[in-house]
Design a protein around this ligand. Structure first.
Ligand SMILES: Cc1ncc(COP(=O)(O)O)c(C=O)c1O
Length: 491
């Protein structure tokens, strides 16, 4: 037995087998990454042998450094192959209307998006206060990019019926300082594809770059289309699209740490690079944010793509689509629930009706039955909802979901809604981030059962209810403090 805070630097080294046993024991605390019952954070194709292949490929290149492609041509070759595959899948490459596509392999969706914003910003050094136009449904990574890069966000509201921005509102938000217009294919929260052709046209007419965030869906939408789904044009086949990102660690089912950012041509990519020769060491030329980069994730992604192949992805997408259909049927069949959007990709998003149970209690009841879904808080007139990222591994489990969902709804109804102490709720409504002292947050955390020792309560509904009542700026502050309570050194 080890305790959770086993020292990472023991006085004497520990035998390999024991160390691995310790890690396995720690991993037992986690949500299940395999088995098709976790609907966020992980992407599981449930293909026998794939994990072992990816791990072996990872190990082959773990110590290779992406810092210098001339020293490690193996990594350059694999990166170029990944960029080529993504480009082909997303409408670029020889013989297409986007023959000069170039790209970079990054560590994930957030890095790809930060770099798309950096490239757009640095292409306009004439602007003192650059701005980007983002639909409210755009991934939070754009806000992070804006924050890191000192770019202003112009957020376009969503039409509550379509969960998309109105094209006229996007057009109205574009101004002389706009360096980038963003759209999603699809959005993470609801899984809907923005009107990309029209938005790209607006951007092109204004002479502004347009980035399609296909981090989530870029590897499935082309296959969904081949399977007959009505997928609108969203990629490099759309003339005004200047860049697009797709995460290989999502629906390409590669281990974590790999995304691809594509630009329509080399000139668009040029300002993405950072180069520095004004110091006594090596000249640094980085296409991405990290300098030293492990070859492990890249080799693992390369192995995954080659092993699964185009026909493999088509079959995995077919299974995923079938699972989405079954889960949606299950939701439709339960009184008190409704789909927030008709599924058009691989996301299922549902909410409760007026006569339904407390949504956050339902999420806990589902978790108690082994189904781990992701609650989404009320936002700008949109209801609180439950998000399910559906992957191929869900297909064999999907038939079990309906009965458990009905059961969980009945249990949530029987339990009744979360009743927080009125003074706590009143506090959430009235707080401003400035009023939140560390002591106050610690008191709130303790009141909700969030221990300073890193413990989380079994039931998260009270925490979600409190967060739901608070405005976004207070949610942010509370969660930063909660998480910082968890992140303490273990000696
Ligand atoms: C649409 C979209 N963009 C960007 C990201 C960010 O990706 P990452 O978590 O790999 O940084 C996500 C993650 O879910 C996403 O769904």
């Amino acid at each position: 037995m080890i305790d959770k805070s086993g020292s990472a630097l023991p006085k004497h080294g520990v035998p390999a087998e024991q160390v691995l046993a310790e890690i396995r024991q720690l991993r037992a605390m986690d949500r299940p990454t395999h088995g098709g019952r976790l609907f966020a954070y992980v992407y599981d194709p449930a293909v026998p042998g794939l994990d072992e292949l990816a791990a072996a490929a990872y190990a082959e290149s773990a110590h290779v450094n992406g810092l210098d492609p001339t020293a490690f041509p193996s990594l350059l070759a694999m990166e170029n192959a990944l960029v080529g595959a993504a480009s082909r899948l997303l409408g670029g490459g020889p013989g297409t209307s986007a023959p000069d596509v170039v790209g970079s392999v990054t560590s994930g969706g957030t890095e790809s998006l930060i770099l798309a914003v950096k490239a757009a910003r640095d292409a306009r050094p004439d602007l003192a206060a650059p701005r980007i136009v983002v639909p409210a449904s755009a991934h939070a990574a754009f806000a992070k990019a804006a924050h890191y890069l000192r770019v202003e966000l112009d957020t376009v509201p969503l039409d509550p019926a379509t969960l998309r921005p109105a094209v006229a509102d996007v057009a109205a938000a574009v101004g002389p300082d706009t360096v980038l217009v963003v759209c999603s294919a699809p959005s993470y929260a609801h899984g809907v594809v923005d009107p990309i052709e029209q938005i790209a046209e607006v951007a092109a007419a204004a002479g502004v770059r347009c980035h399609v965030d296909a981090c989530f869906g870029g590897w499935t939408l082309p296959y969904l289309r081949r399977l007959g789904a009505p997928v609108p044009a969203f990629d490099l086949t759309v003339p005004g699209v200047t860049s697009i990102s797709v995460d290989l660690h999502k629906y390409a089912y590669a281990p974590k740490g790999v995304s691809v950012l594509l630009h329509r041509d080399p000139a668009l990519r040029a300002p993405q690079y950072f180069a520095y020769a004004d110091w006594p060491g090596y000249t640094m030329i980085n296409p991405v944010i990290s300098s030293t980069r492990s070859g492990g994730p890249i080799a693992a992604a390369y192995a995954t793509l080659r092993h699964l192949g185009d026909d493999g992805y088509l079959e995995l997408t077919r299974r995923t689509r079938e699972a989405v259909r079954e889960l949606a049927e299950a939701v439709r069949g339960v009184d008190g629930l409704r789909l927030v959007a008709e599924p058009e990709s691989t996301v299922l998003c549902c909410t409760t009706t007026d006569s339904g149970p407390d949504l956050f209690v339902l999420v806990d009841e589902l978790a108690a039955r082994g189904w781990h879904t992701q609650p989404q808080l009320t936002y700008a007139g949109l209801p609180r909802s439950v998000h399910l990222t559906v992957t191929a591994a869900v297909a064999p489990r999907a038939a079990e979901f309906g009965p458990d969902l009905r059961d969980a709804v009945a249990a949530a109804r029987a339990a009744g809604p979360v009743a927080l102490p009125p003074e706590l709720l009143a506090l959430a409504y009235s707080l401003t981030p400035e009023l939140l002292t560390v002591d106050l947050v610690a008191a709130v955390a303790a009141g909700l059962g969030l221990g300073a020792g890193g413990g989380l309560p079994d039931r998260m509904a009270p925490v979600n209810t409190l967060l739901d009542a608070a405005p976004p700026a207070v949610r942010e502050r509370l969660l930063v403090e909660f998480v910082s309570l968890l992140q303490r050194p273990a000696y």
